[in-house]
Ligand binder design. Structure first.
Ligand code: NDP
Length: 335
């Protein structure tokens, strides 16, 4: 039986990823694009037409707080640059709206805590925009690791990089808006994979920055970074994230075999195999599935599971900050 109604979502920050989310919302079953919050009037006009939006559901950053009295918006999805997540999460919570926040949750552990506290106080739910938590290949990696299908996992290799950033105006290159370089943007997925494949929280980390080969571009944030996480069971996760080369893979070596994906983290299509043979799952619309699964929980009046909540973003942020500390100091850092 279809649900009585769809969850009404407003996207905040109509950039590249918001467009991909909007496409996902067109095919979603349990939620729909109902509103937008944008600082660019031309985008407001264009989106209104493209998605047939009601004028009263279109906000800018100044009048956004008026969304509190708009019964036609249930949830606000924050898709701004990282350093602006906190402001919009807090304003959405204050307006009594549930929130999804894009990765990474913010730019510090303190910000993550503030967002979680604000949502708890306001009685709204805070979800992370972790699309891979509902993606079949990644969830199979998680299952094979946590259920020890090939025995105990000893070593995970998780890396993500791309070579696309050359515009010096890009916010990702500016530390005040991004909080850091490829580690914040891409490395967060590798930390996630290490955590969901082992099912453990890392206890310590060592890390090294790569060389700066494009000094005109990488003035404020790292160009590449490599790190090694150690888990309580003795498992290790080694990772690189980079803005100077393409890499997109997960590999897990366990006592009795291996399992891997490459591509693994991007928008797919993914490819995977284990020591027993190839993996084959249907391709999904990652964004539609993620928002649908979150919408179902909220529409049912249930609490979101921890793995998709703000807490998960906080746990990742702790690790990201420890990685920077390790790379800055050259020392092994306890987490
Ligand atoms: P974009 O630069 O393409 O878009 C960001 C949008 O935020 C802008 O278009 C603008 O929208 C708004 N904005 C508000 N203030 C600022 C500001 N000071 N500077 C720049 N933009 C501002 O970024 P992305 O869409 O690529 O990334 C946004 C977020 O989504 C990030 O947190 C990123 O990590 C995450 N992301 C997640 C992905 C995933 O797969 N889960 C993939 C890509 C990104 P407007 O003009 O409407 O105000």
């Amino acid at each position: 039986i279809p649900p009585a109604r769809k969850l009404n979502i407003a996207l905040v920050g109509l950039g590249r990823y918001a467009n991909i989310l909007a496409d996902g919302l067109l095919v979603a079953q349990h939620c729909r694009l109902a509103g937008i919050v944008t600082g660019t009037p031309e985008k407001a006009k264009d989106w209104k037409k493209r998605f047939n939006l009601d004028d009263k559901n279109i906000y800018n950053y100044q009048n956004f707080d008026q969304i509190a009295s708009n019964k036609d918006i249930d949830l606000v999805y924050v898709v701004t640059p990282n350093a602006l997540h906190k402001e919009y999460v807090l304003r959405a919570a204050k307006a009594g709206k549930h929130v999804i926040v894009e990765k990474p949750i913010g730019i510090s552990v303190e910000e993550a805590r503030d967002m979680i506290t604000a949502c708890e106080k306001a009685g709204v739910q805070l979800a992370m925009g972790y699309r891979l938590h509902y993606e079949p290949y990644n969830m199979e990696m998680k299952r094979m690791g946590q259920e020890r299908i090939f025995g105990k996992v000893k070593l995970v290799e998780a890396s993500l990089g791309y070579k696309a950033i050359s515009n010096p105006g890009e916010w990702r290159l500016h530390k005040a808006l991004s909080g850091g370089g490829p580690l914040m943007n891409l490395g967060v997925y590798c930390v996630q994979a290490g955590r969901y494949i082992t099912g453990e929280e890392p206890i310590s980390v060592t890390a090294q920055y790569g060389p700066v080969t494009y000094p005109d571009i990488f003035k404020e944030v790292e160009e590449s970074i490599t790190w090694q996480l150690q888990f309580p069971s003795g498992a290790i996760c080694t990772s690189s994230s980079s803005y100077n080369c393409g890499i997109d893979r997960l590999y897990a070596a366990a006592d009795e075999g291996f399992f891997e994906l490459s591509p693994a983290i991007s928008y797919g299509p993914f490819q995977g195999r284990t020591s027993n043979g190839p993996l084959k799952f249907p391709e999904t619309n990652q964004q539609a599935v993620q928002m649908d699964e979150i919408a179902k929980v909220i529409l049912a009046g249930k609490r979101l599971p921890d793995h998709i909540s703000g807490l998960e973003g906080l746990l990742d942020m702790k690790v990201l900050m420890a990685i920077y500390q390790a790379a800055d100091s050259g020392k092994k850092i306890a987490i």
